[in-house]
Design a protein around this ligand. Structure first.
Ligand code: MG
Ligand code: ZN
Length: 408
């Protein structure tokens, strides 16, 4: 009897919850009692334990701080239902910092309880491009620059999006570049070179992605083979739009929106809140699947601002991406079952922050290159399993850790 009671006791040592401390005192008292009284007490103890239910159920989120604590506790114990991977293309620490100070010293990434650093080198080069960078996240393998979800021998690698589609998840892709551009492409296409955008568009037909939105219409309907892939998507039951504001009103379960011939306009040139609003629209569609979903959201043009050595371009795209992150966090906080991972494929421009003041005016800096750099980039995680994304890791680890958390 004493032994049986003893087996339940480590739980009381490990917890600071008041009712349980109370039952532990009861247990100590029991050690001095007769065997009959002891039996009754053990039954009572068992009832207390059983009646209290799992630990997570006892914590009711009431404030963002409480939610973070729930999040931390759940992160050790619960498999995420949904995964949202957000990639700021070319988003190094300087790009984030510039956006934060230009935004009055505030950024959604501050709400993430877990931060890590990612090594971005590709299979053959210290400096990766977005194709090899996205392939590492989509497939868990380093490859050569320009490769779209193929290995160094040009053999196709199954992507996490394809794997989750097969497992019955819903999936979505959103970018402010062409949807056939390297970052989104590496999640659904398999091509030896990123410039093969018509072939990449054709690969989209083979994966039943529920929602995809961005630019790149020309690779679907003004093709050298004369086919109109948008018509094919209509036949497959998708709602197809070329105006993203109209697409927000769609009630379909499968949605395509290609809002530009190639990349979308800059946010500073009238793109509007496409990225934050379409992210919310995708979540509404994808969340209809009880099995769960995988969504990749790319802030594509932070990189383009870096290539242009244009600090204001970087900052405006960074803040647009920040609005999308804010919307994703709102969803994830309410949902409680969604892992959110925000990272970058590489840094662009060798951006160094040297200009501005504490009022957040004229924030900017200088650049050391028009190309990418191999500086580590940050990763931020929120939700069940978030704690797996701390420390320094190779880019391929993001894939492996997500996959392990999903038990696949
Ligand atoms: Mg990109
Ligand atoms: Zn780039």
């Amino acid at each position: 009897m004493v032994l049986a009671a003893f087996f339940t006791c480590p739980k009381y040592f490990l917890t600071k919850e008041d009712p349980q401390r109370h039952t532990f005192r009861l247990f100590l008292a029991a050690l001095t009692l007769s065997e009959v009284k002891l039996k009754v007490l053990i039954l009572l103890l068992g009832y207390c334990l059983w009646g209290q239910g799992p630990l997570e159920a006892q914590v009711k989120p009431s404030s963002p701080r409480d939610r973070t604590q729930v999040n931390r506790r759940m992160s050790r114990e619960v498999k995420p239902r949904n995964v949202i991977l957000m990639i700021g293309d070319g988003m190094g620490l300087a790009q984030i910092t510039a956006g934060m100070y230009a935004n009055g010293n505030r950024i959604a990434l501050e709400k993430f309880p877990v931060v890590g650093l990612v090594k971005t080198a590709s299979a053959r080069d210290l400096i990766t491009d977005s194709a090899a960078g996205a392939t590492a996240y989509a497939c868990g393998q380093k490859t050569y620059n320009r490769a779209i979800a193929v290995d160094t021998n040009r053999r196709p690698l199954r992507t996490i999006l394809e794997l989750l589609e097969e497992e019955g998840y819903s999936t979505g892709l959103i970018a402010t570049s062409s949807i056939t551009d390297a970052t989104p492409a590496a999640f659904y296409a398999h091509q030896p070179d990123r410039k093969m955008q018509e072939e990449i568009a054709n690969d989209m037909l083979k994966v039943r992605v529920e929602v995809f939105a961005g630019g790149g219409r020309r690779y679907f309907e003004a093709r050298s083979d004369g086919r109109n892939l948008l018509e094919a998507f209509r036949i497959m039951g998708y709602d197809v739009y070329t105006d993203w504001r109209q697409a927000l009103g769609s009630r379909a379960d499968r949605l395509v929106c290609l809002a530009a011939e190639d990349g979308l306009p800059r946010v500073s040139e009238g793109r509007g809140p496409f990225l934050p609003e379409f992210t919310v629209k995708s979540l509404e569609i994808l969340n209809r699947n009880p099995k769960g979903f995988f969504l990749m959201v790319e802030g594509s043009q932070i990189d383009w601002g870096g290539h242009a050595n244009d600090d204001q371009y970087i900052i405006s795209e960074m803040l647009d991406f920040n609005d999308a992150i804010e919307n994703v966090l709102d969803f994830a906080m309410k949902d409680g079952q969604t892992l959110v991972v925000v990272t970058a494929d590489h840094e662009t421009g060798g951006f160094g922050l040297t200009k501005g003041n504490l009022k957040g005016e004229n924030i900017g800096g200088e650049f050391v290159t028009k190309d990418h750099t191999f500086c580590m980039v940050p990763v931020f995680a929120y939700g069940p399993g978030a704690d797996k994304f701390s420390g320094i890791m190779e880019n391929t680890e993001i894939y492996h850790r997500i996959r392990k958390l999903l038990k696949l």
